[in-house]
Design a protein around this ligand. Structure first.
Ligand SMILES: Nc1ncnc2c1ncn2[C@@H]1O[C@H](COP(=O)(O)OP(=O)(O)O)[C@@H](O)[C@H]1O
Ligand SMILES: [Mg+2]
Length: 415
């Protein structure tokens, strides 16, 4: 299929997609190089087709998503890249899409920010058995990233992302609410999450923080925008890339994110779980995006004994251990420990609300609340003696590969 890669209303490049696989097989002309997705570099004025195809296929639902194989079977579609093509690659997180040649389709008529979308794909992703021939494929669910079961839904006129949790504790939706409470107390810009229940299962709900005038550029894309030298740490390379692009106030943002992730023992802050905002038309950078996706934390897949011991906690995106990552923080003057005095109550109330007890027992609640209070106390101690400790940023303990947490099959996925 011949099509144009569009950035909102602007044609960026003419491309050919393979009809069977949905991959980009050729870039025929380049109209607006400055509007190419961040991280696609030019070689002698030409687009790196492979890099553009990687970007394009990364828009597809990952095959590691909970329940995706069953969903593809119901939808009678061979792979998630073909789902992309069926919705023109439109998303609720940025403004890129493809316009099939000769179709006459315009942005105003198809974008999901201003137009309603079908519930069909979301229903199937949530396990509904539907007749593939009768489905409307126009949905931002076809371009949603991440491994947890999720769907977009218009609730009271607002575009909202509903996200489940992994078995057996389904703790991620509760964790999002707890992280929201901690960030609200500490004045950290964040996406607020609330809890919802559907057929006895917990979900987190958050509103779309992107509008038709903004877009999210994941840190991963920013990280690809410059060639990394072997001697540069992951942290330094990311900060340098932001500097080269002109994204402001990155270090204060990272200070806050690293501290939050230490407090909640976040295990999955990979480079697609934070990012920056820009204006898709002027390309002006608007700063770092509010913090989202903090759910894979608070020992979500561990037993109370392990949570209490703080053992086996993975750390991303810069260092493999939270203690090491904490050393990257440049300032904690903004951190008001008094504001966290009631963090134990916040955790207990959130983890005992509604039918939470069906998944999370009292012993687990105590372990989680206790471990966070302990980390708050440890951080307070460190703040008086060792922090900030940024003498020299080396590559020691650097994260080697940026990989998202895969929730199955070791724990069994939510059905
Ligand atoms: N509130 C939101 N508004 C716009 N885009 C969002 C929002 N929340 C998440 N996204 C986008 O959807 C992707 C998947 O959501 P995420 O919360 O990271 O799910 P998961 O926990 O499965 O990784 C994110 O990487 C981001 O691109
Ligand atoms: Mg994510």
């Amino acid at each position: 299929m011949k099509c144009t890669l569009m950035h909102k209303k602007l044609p960026v490049a003419a491309m050919t997609l393979d009809d069977a696989t949905g991959h980009i097989v050729k870039v025929n002309s380049l109209y607006a190089p400055e509007h190419l997705p961040i991280g696609i570099r030019l070689y002698k004025g030409a687009v790196d087709r492979k890099a553009l195809d990687d970007w394009w296929t990364e828009r597809a639902i990952p095959m590691s998503r909970s329940g995706i194989r069953e969903a593809l079977e119901t939808l009678d579609v061979p792979n998630t890249e073909m789902l992309l093509v069926r919705c023109y690659g439109l998303s609720l997180s940025d403004q890129y899409w493809i316009c099939p040649e000769g179709s006459g389709i315009v942005w105003e008529d198809v974008n999901f920010f201003q137009n309603a979308f079908s519930d069909d794909i979301g229903d199937v992703l949530f396990g509904a058995d539907k007749n593939a021939n009768l489905l409307d494929f126009s949905s931002p669910d076809n371009t949603s990233d991440g491994n947890l079961k999720k769907r977009w839904k218009i609730i009271d006129g607002k575009r909202c992302l509903l996200k489940g949790g992994s078995n057996p504790f389904r703790q991620q939706p509760f964790n999002e609410v707890i992280a929201t409470g901690i960030m609200a107390r500490l004045g950290i810009p964040h996406v607020p999450y609330s809890l919802a229940w559907d057929k006895g299962a917990p979900y987190s709900v958050c509103e779309d923080f992107i509008t038709e005038n903004t877009e999210l550029v994941p840190a991963w894309r920013i990280y690809l925008s410059q060639k990394k030298s072997n001697s540069a740490s992951v942290y330094q390379h990311f900060v340098d890339c932001c500097g080269a692009l002109g994204i402001k106030d990155v270090v204060p943002f990272l200070d806050r994110m690293i501290v939050l992730d230490y407090l909640i023992a976040n295990e999955d802050r990979h480079l697609n779980n934070f990012g920056a905002l820009r204006d898709p038309e002027t390309l002006e950078w608007l700063g770092m995006a509010p913090i989202y996706d903090s759910g894979s934390s608070l020992g979500y897949d561990k037993l109370p004994g392990q949570i209490r011991a703080g053992k086996g906690v993975v750390c991303k995106p810069f260092k493999n251990h939270h203690d090491e990552q904490l050393k990257l923080v440049t300032s904690i003057d903004w951190l008001e420990f008094d504001k966290l005095a009631d963090v134990g109550d916040l955790i207990t109330e959130t983890l005992t609300a509604g039918d939470a007890g069906d998944y999370i027992d009292e012993n687990r609640v105590h372990a989680i609340a206790g471990s966070v209070q302990e980390r708050v106390a440890d951080l307070k101690q460190l703040a008086m003696t060792h922090l900030p400790a940024q003498a020299e940023i080396t590559t020691e303990d650097d994260v080697a590969e940026d990989i998202a947490e895969d929730y199955g099959p070791k724990m069994g996925l939510q059905s």
